[in-house]
Design a binder for this molecule. Structure first.
Ligand code: NAD
Length: 440
């Protein structure tokens, strides 16, 4: 089977590459000329572990190629995946201009029956809207079906998530389209991946419900952490004690500086918007969004509090990406932290294993460093913001000896409070009162 993936960002590039690895012929299309030129030169525009090797292999084996020519991709393919961005608009609702533009462009160049599969995260009703746009352009010239196949991959482990997903959601009205998509996903049947076949609206809803629920777990444990700080409890043990209950589960119960990234912030906002557009207030998710905004601010306040008079001070920031193993800084809590510190007159020295180039486009006046030790040099406070593995076992004595003031704020609860304080740091973490036992 030949397929085409429109949009070669985090989702499109991984989707295209993984289908090629399953033996399908894939054309990846993007209207970003520089991105396609880079991909053709064998350069991967994003940081995603293992993706470079898999792209190179499938290009070499002739199953994967890149183009800016949408018509070329559409003509050669039975299935067209749409994986373009759906960023938040000014009112928080998903901006569908890219999805709608692609629907029009595909319809304009169609030369026969196609299944158009939406992988972008889109509000309920978007597939029907795509159907309508295409019908208007096509005026009955060609038959087509629209399907919804939301993506659940996580940046940083995207290939594994795509190749071994917990489930595949397929929303479609037409059995023929479902059969084609099941055939495409057959390699996953072999590893017994559950397939949930639903109507279009349900598939679209599942994606938002799943992300909003995960975000709820994070905001919930962040609120627990904030209360733990006040009552003398240890949130890590609270999370463990809760998470061992099979009905709750241990995942996504890690407190921190608030969630970020390209999905949770925009998807939670979009869900509240979808609800309001249907005269309903999704109160839990509205609170989740509010708590998260507050949590980012709390992280900043914690650093400012430790600095005392911030003017003229220096902070060493370990991590800029919103999570480890990605260069993505979209909605990263570090954006709030860095901007807030700079506004207060603080110099920020930062190191991130992958996101420093991204950061240069987002933030200014940061002193970029070669590693954690370089960042700590002459600083008044060390802030661990992203739990990259390389930050998990730092030489604390060495860090302390190069800092002006030995203050360590661990926004990811990576270190053992007792161990860090014994070395002579003033140590603060999230929901684990100072000097407390526990932690790793
Ligand atoms: P991205 O911004 O990394 O990539 C989108 C790509 O689409 C860009 O390269 C852009 O140039 C291209 N594009 C836009 N309009 C185009 C057009 N008319 N023709 C061709 N290409 C076009 O976005 P992403 O992170 O891959 O996300 C894509 C969608 O998938 C979003 O809806 C997102 O919510 C969803 N999603 C993202 C993730 C994630 O972890 N990033 C996970 C699951 C779902």
């Amino acid at each position: 089977m030949n397929i085409c993936v429109i949009g070669s960002g985090y989702v499109g590039l991984v989707t295209g590459t993984c289908f090629a690895e399953f033996g399908v012929h894939v054309t990846c299309v993007d209207n970003n000329v520089a991105k396609i030129a880079a991909l053709k030169r064998g350069e991967i525009p994003i940081y995603e572990p293992g993706l470079d090797r898999l792209v190179a292999k499938n290009v070499a084996e002739g199953r994967l190629h890149f183009t800016t020519d949408l018509a070329e991709g559409v003509h050669s393919s039975l299935v067209i995946f749409v994986a373009v961005g759906t960023p938040p608009g000014e009112d928080g609702s998903a901006d569908l201009q890219y999805v709608e533009a692609v629907a029009r462009q595909v319809a304009e160049v169609m030369d026969g029956y196609k299944v158009i599969v939406n992988k972008s995260t889109v509000p309920v009703g978007t597939a029907r809207r795509v159907q309508k746009i295409m019908e208007e352009v096509l005026q009955g010239r060609h038959r087509f079906d629209v399907a919804s196949n939301p993506e659940f991959l996580r940046e940083g482990s995207a290939i594994e998530d795509f190749m071994r997903p917990n489930r595949v959601i397929l929303g479609a009205d037409d059995e023929h389209a479902v059969a084609i998509l099941k055939d495409l996903y057959r390699p996953l049947y072999l590893i017994e991946t559950p397939m949930v076949i639903t109507n279009l609206e349900t598939a679209e809803f599942i994606k938002y419900a799943a992300n909003a629920f995960l975000a709820t777990k994070i905001s919930f444990i962040n609120e627990c952490a904030n209360l733990c700080d006040r009552v003398g409890a240890n949130v890590q043990d609270v999370a463990k004690g809760m998470g061992l209950d099979g009905r709750i589960g241990a995942k996504f119960l890690h407190p921190g500086p608030g969630y970020g990234g390209s999905c949770f912030p925009k998807d939670t906002l979009a869900l509240t918007r979808i609800a309001r557009d249907h005269d309903y207030r999704f109160q839990i998710v509205e609170s989740v969004v509010e708590v998260n905004e507050r949590q980012k601010q709390r992280a900043l306040d914690l650093v400012l509090e430790e600095l005392g008079e911030p003017q003229g001070k220096t902070v060493a920031l370990l991590g800029l990406a919103f999570k480890p193993n990605t260069d993505d800084m979209r909605e990263s809590p570090t954006l709030v932290i860095v901007r807030g510190l700079q506004q207060a007159g603080v110099t920020v020295r930062a190191y991130d294993p992958a996101a420093m180039e991204t950061s240069k486009a987002e933030l200014s006046n940061i002193v970029y460093c070669n590693d954690a030790y370089d960042a700590a040099e002459g600083s008044d406070c060390l802030v661990l913001a992203t739990e990259w593995n390389v930050f998990r076992n730092l030489d604390l004595e060495r860090l302390k000896s190069s800092m002006r003031t030995p203050t360590f704020i661990d926004l990811r609860n990576v270190y053992h409070p007792k161990r860090v304080t014994e070395i002579g740091f003033k140590y603060r973490s999230i929901g684990r009162p100072c000097g407390m036992e526990g932690g790793k």
